[in-house]
Design a protein around this ligand. Structure first.
Ligand code: PBG
Length: 332
C-alpha cells in the first residue's frame, strides 16, 4: 500500500498550484487597474513639489505641477484622482470660507486638470478640516462640538463650487448626518444631476490617518473626531450608515480605512448592488513604506497582496497612494 492509499489522500489542491500558468488559470480575484484612484494633495503657489515626511514618495503639488502629475498618471492608465486641497494657513477661519471660494485651491486644480485631461475622472474629497482654523470637519457649536446641520449648509455650498469647477464626483468625508441628501439636493437644484456622489459611508475614527493629517495640516486643535467618525468596534453600525447614504442618494459607498476593516467591506458588498470603494489610507501606506525601507518586507509583493485582499473582500474601487506605482508595475 502506498502513502496515498494508506492516508486516503484523495484531493490534491497542490495540482492547481504547480506552475505560474495554472495558478493564473484558477486565480479567483484580480485587482481592477481601472478601479484604482490616486489621491493628490494640492497647495497654493507655482512649481511646488513638496515631499511629505511620513509618506515617502507622496508629494504636495501646486496646480501647475499637479497637471503634469495627472498627465503621468493618465499615461500609466490611472483613470481617476482624488483631490485634497491644502490652503494657506492664513486663509483658514472658523467657517471654512476658503473651501467654497470659487477660486479656491480644489476649484482651480479641478479646472486645470479637466482642461488638460478631460478624460481623467476628477473626484474631490469634500470636508472642512483642511479649511477650518480649529481643524474640525465642520462648524462648531458653542460647546465645541461640530454643529451637524450648519455644517451641511457649508458642505452643500462647497459641493456646488466643486461641480461648477468641473469635478465629476463629490466625495464627502465629514461623517455628518444627512450630508448626502443635502449635497444631492443642492447639486440637482443647480442642474448638476450628472455629478455623482461617492460617500465615505463607513468612516472610522482611526489612528491610521496620522500621516494624512501631517500632509493636509488638518489635525484638530483640540479633542478628536469621535463625535462624528465611527467607533472601530462597530460593524453593524457601518451597515446602518451605508443604508442611510444609499437612501439619501449616494452612487458609490466607501469603507475607510481598508486593511483593518475588510470584514466591513465584505458585509457592505453583500447588502448593496452599488459599487463599493475602499480607502487604503495614509497610515497603511506609511507602514508598508517604513517596513520596506528597513528591508523587513518586500514592498511590491506586500502592496500587491494588500490590494488583492481588498478586491477579494469585495471592493470594486481602491483608493490608494500606491495607485501610480501599481499602474506602472502592472502595465497591461
Ligand atoms: C478629511 C479626510 C481625512 C482623510 C481623508 N479625508 C482625515 C481625517 O478624517 O482625519 C484620511 C485619509 C488618509 O489617511 O489617507 N476628513
Amino acid at each position: 500500500m502506498n502513502v496515498a492509499e494508506r492516508f486516503r489522500i484523495l484531493a490534491r489542491p497542490r495540482r492547481l498550484r504547480a506552475t505560474a500558468a495554472i495558478r493564473a488559470l484558477v486565480r479567483e480575484t484580480r485587482v481592477n487597474r481601472e478601479g484604482l484612484v490616486q489621491p493628490l494633495f494640492v497647495v497654493d503657489g507655482s512649481d511646488v513639489v513638496q515631499p511629505i515626511g511620513s509618506m515617502p514618495g507622496v508629494n504636495r503639488f501646486s496646480v501647475d505641477r499637479i497637471v503634469a502629475e495627472c498627465r503621468e498618471l493618465d499615461a500609466l492608465g490611472v483613470r481617476a484622482v482624488l483631490l485634497f486641497g491644502i490652503p494657506d494657513a492664513k486663509g483658514k477661519d472658523a467657517f471654512a470660507s476658503v473651501n467654497y471660494d470659487p477660486n479656491g485651491i480644489v476649484q482651480r486644480a479641478a479646472r486645470a486638470i479637466k482642461e488638460a485631461l478631460p478624460q481623467l475622472l476628477v473626484i474631490a474629497d469634500l470636508c472642512n478640516c483642511e479649511y477650518t482654523d480649529h481643524g474640525h470637519c465642520g462648524i462648531l457649536d458653542p460647546s465645541g462640538d461640530v454643529d451637524n446641520d450648519r455644517t451641511l449648509e457649508v458642505l452643500a455650498k462647497t459641493a456646488l463650487t466643486y461641480a461648477r469647477a468641473g469635478v465629476d464626483i463629490i466625495a464627502p468625508s465629514d461623517m455628518m448626518d444627512g450630508r448626502v441628501a443635502a449635497i444631492r439636493a443642492a447639486l440637482d437644484e443647480d442642474g448638476f444631476t450628472k455629478v455623482a456622489i461617492l460617500s465615505y459611508a463607513a468612516k472610522y475614527a482611526s489612528a491610521f490617518y496620522g500621516p494624512f493629517r501631517e500632509a493636509a495640516d488638518s489635525t484638530p486643535a483640540f479633542g478628536d473626531r469621535r463625535t462624528y467618525q465611527m467607533d472601530p468596534a462597530n460593524g453593524r453600525e457601518a451597515l446602518r450608515e451605508v443604508r442611510l447614504d444609499i437612501e439619501e442618494g449616494a452612487d458609490i459607498v466607501m469603507v475607510k480605512p481598508a486593511m483593518a476593516y475588510l470584514d466591513v467591506v465584505r458585509e457592505v458588498r453583500a447588502i448593496t448592488d452599488l459599487p463599493v470603494a475602499v480607502y487604503h489610507v495614509s497610515g497603511e501606506y506609511a507602514m508598508l513604506k517604513a517596513a520596506a525601507e528597513r528591508g523587513w518586507i518586500d514592498e511590491d509583493r506586500a502592496v500587491d497582496e494588500s490590494l488583492i485582499a481588498m478586491a477579494r473582500a469585495g471592493a470594486d474601487i481602491i483608493i490608494t497612494y500606491f495607485a501610480k506605482d501599481y499602474a506602472r508595475r502592472h502595465r497591461g
